[in-house]
Design a protein around this ligand. Sequence first.
Ligand code: SAM
Length: 218
Amino acid sequence: MAEYADKFDGKSYPLAWNTSYAKMGTQWRGRFDVSGYTEFLDLSGNVLELGSGDGNTACALVPHCGNLYCIDIAKTSFMTLGMKDPRFHRAVADARILPFRTGSFSAVISRHVLTHAVPGDDIAMMKETARVLATGGMVLIEVFSPGDMRSGKGKEIFPRTYLREEGLVWRFYLGQELDALVKEAGLSVRHFQILSRKVRHDGEIYPRESIIMMASKA
Ligand SMILES: C[S@@+](CC[C@H](N)C(=O)[O-])C[C@H]1O[C@@H](n2cnc3c(N)ncnc32)[C@H](O)[C@@H]1O
């Protein structure tokens, strides 16, 4: 077994993101097009983005939001250019234990955050999401699925869940896994979509694949 995998700490592993942003700064591209989802999301009030990273999604969301709250476990993520936008409320916080009151948000956005959580932490995040959502509120989730070009890289520490040398976890969800998770957290699935596309790097074509799910709190 690789040495780095032996040192895996099931609680503190997301802090590897601190080193990632300190080294690489802004790193996420492919701006999120929220327009296809605004019909179903109430963005006019308090909106929470989990794992806001370098602001790739937050910058697309903020023109549509009443109050956008961005949380990320990596304090270095808030040093990136995108996160300096004065319109965001920001906090260093863990999506597994959110520092917000029950029912505070009309919408929660969680793009590529569950993708970096091991089993057990996935349901903790989903239950916290369900708790902070107001009744009638909606969460939008995006996760990678096994058809993505990044699947399989690193040491497999749980099914379809890989630990990379820099200490980051990458997980690739089956549709039914995400469906079960959301239902276990007490939410109702309202939308399920598989996004498949091809990207070109250095003349080669690679597959990208993710799942977008929307779920509401009754
Ligand atoms: C791939 S980035 C996604 C950034 C952004 N959501 C986007 O769509 O561009 C994943 C982010 O989730 C954050 N993250 C991972 N685990 C977390 C946790 N337990 N609580 C809060 N943030 C977490 C990481 O620090 C990182 O910034």
